[in-house]
Design a protein around this ligand. Structure first.
Ligand code: ADP
Ligand code: MG
Length: 345
C-alpha cells in the first residue's frame, strides 16, 4: 500500500466528474463509431441505418428498495429507463441485453417475477430480449440492461444542436415520479414502526404509477415523424429538468430562459408536495425519473407544436453569455441551478 498517495473521495468529483475522468482517456479507433460517450446513447454506423446503444445499471438499496418496489415493476422500469435513452436520440429501440447479479435471498419465483416485468415491457414496446448474463451476488440484486435501437443517420438528434431563439419544450408533466417516491418512502417508514399499519396510498395512483411504472416516450418519436419535426437537440429527463437543461445547454453552448408558470405538474404532484411540505417546483426541477423528453425546435416549427397536447413550450434558447435563467411567476429572473441527483441516481 502506498500510504503517501492520497485518495480522493468520489463525492468530490460527483457522478459527472467521475464519468469525465473515466472517459477522458478514450480515443475512438473505428470509423463506425459516429458518437461515443457524452449523449443519451452511442451512435454506430453499420450500413443503411445507424445502431443506437445505451446502458443503465440499477443496484438494490441505491436505485430501488424492494420493501416497496414489486419485482415485476422493477423489471419493467429497468427496461423502460433504457428505452428512454434511445428515444432521446430520436431513434426506435429494438433489442435489449439483460445482465443480473442475485444473492441467495432471491427464489426462482422472485426471478420469474422480475422477468415477467421485463417481458411485459418487451411486449409493450416491441423489443426483443436477445441475451445477457447471470451471476451471483453477495449483496442483493443488480440489474444492468443494454438497449440497441435504430434510426436513419439524418434522423438522429444529439444534445448539442440547440441554437439561440429555438423553443425549449418538454413532453408530459414533471415531478410526479419524485412525489410518488416520497409517498412510498413515507409509508415505508410508517410500516417499519408498525407492520400492521396499512399504507395510505388512495388518491395518488398517478404519481405512484409515475414512480413504479414509468413509460418511455416512443410515441413522441413517432409523433415527430408524423408532424415532420426534427428537434435541434434532445435529452431525456432522468435526473430532473434543471440538470437536463444544463446538459443540453452546455453541450449546445447556449443559454436559456425557462418560465416557471409553464412547467406542467399534475394535481396529485402538487397535493402530495403540499402534504409533505415540499415546493412542487423543486420536485419538478430536481426530482428526476420522469422519463419525459426535453428538446428544442426551431421557431419555424412553432405552428406544428403550439396546439399539440403532447408538448409544452417552457422557454427559449439564448446566447451562452446570457446564462441559464428561470423566470419566476412573479416575473423576476433567477439562475437555474443544476441540482439533479448526484452520485447514485
Ligand atoms: P444518461 O443519464 O442519459 O443515462 P449518463 O449520465 O449515465 O447518461 O452518461 C453520460 C455519458 O457517459 C453516456 O454517453 C454514457 O454512455 C457515458 N458513461 C457513463 N458511465 C460510463 C462508464 N463507466 N464508462 C464509460 N462511459 C460511461
Ligand atoms: Mg439520458
Amino acid at each position: 500500500m502506498d500510504k503517501e498517495r492520497s485518495q480522493t473521495n468520489i463525492s468530490e468529483l460527483g457522478e459527472f466528474g467521475l464519468i469525465e475522468r473515466i472517459t477522458s482517456q478514450v480515443q475512438i479507433k473505428n470509423k463506425s463509431t459516429i458518437k461515443g460517450i457524452g449523449d443519451d446513447a452511442a451512435i454506430l454506423d453499420y450500413g443503411e441505418k445507424m445502431v443506437v446503444v445505451s446502458s443503465d445499471l440499477l443496484t438494490e438499496g441505491v436505485h430501488f428498495n424492494l420493501m416497496y418496489v414489486p419485482l415485476k415493476h422493477l423489471g419493467y422500469k429497468a427496461v423502460v429507463v433504457n428505452l428512454s435513452d434511445i428515444c432521446a436520440m430520436n431513434a426506435i429501440p429494438k433489442q435489449i441485453v439483460v445482465n443480473i447479479a442475485i444473492s441467495s435471498k432471491f427464489s426462482v419465483e422472485a426471478v420469474d417475477e422480475l422477468y415477467s416485468g421485463i417481458h411485459l415491457a418487451c411486449e409493450k414496446y416491441g423489443v426483443d430480449l436477445v441475451g445477457g448474463d447471470t451471476t451471483s451476488s453477495l449483496t442483493g440484486m443488480t440489474i444492468s440492461i443494454t438497449v440497441l435501437g435504430e434510426a436513419f443517420k439524418d434522423e438522429i438528434v444529439y444534445r448539442n444542436g440547440a441554437k439561440p431563439n429555438d423553443l425549449l419544450c418538454v413532453t408530459g408533466d414533471l415531478g410526479g415520479a419524485y412525489m410518488g417516491l416520497q409517498l412510498l418512502e413515507r409509508e415505508n417508514e410508517v410500516f417499519k414502526v408498525n407492520e400492521y399499519m396499512q399504507p395510505q396510498l388512495e388518491g395518488f395512483h398517478y404519481i405512484l404509477e409515475r414512480q413504479l411504472k414509468p413509460e418511455a416516450r416512443v410515441d413522441i418519436v413517432s409523433a415527430f415523424k408524423k408532424l415532420g419535426i426534427k428537434p435541434t437537440s434532445m435529452i431525456d429527463i432522468s435526473d430532473g429538468l434543471s440538470s437536463e437543461i444544463h446538459h443540453l445547454c452546455k453541450n449546445s453552448n447556449v443559454g436559456c430562459n425557462v418560465y416557471e408558470d409553464k412547467i406542467v405538474m399534475d394535481y396529485q404532484t402538487r397535493v402530495m408536495a403540499e402534504e409533505l411540505n415540499i415546493n412542487p417546483l423543486v420536485a419538478a426541477l430536481n426530482g428526476g425519473e420522469d422519463y419525459e423528453l426535453l428538446f428544442t425546435v426551431s421557431m419555424n416549427d412553432y405552428d406544428k407544436i403550439k396546439n399539440d397536447p403532447d408538448f409544452t413550450i417552457i422557454g427559449h434558447i439564448t446566447e451562452a453569455s446570457e446564462g441559464l435563467n428561470l423566470i419566476t411567476t412573479g416575473g423576476s429572473s433567477i439562475r437555474l441551478e443544476a441540482q439533479g441527483w448526484n452520485h447514485g441516481k
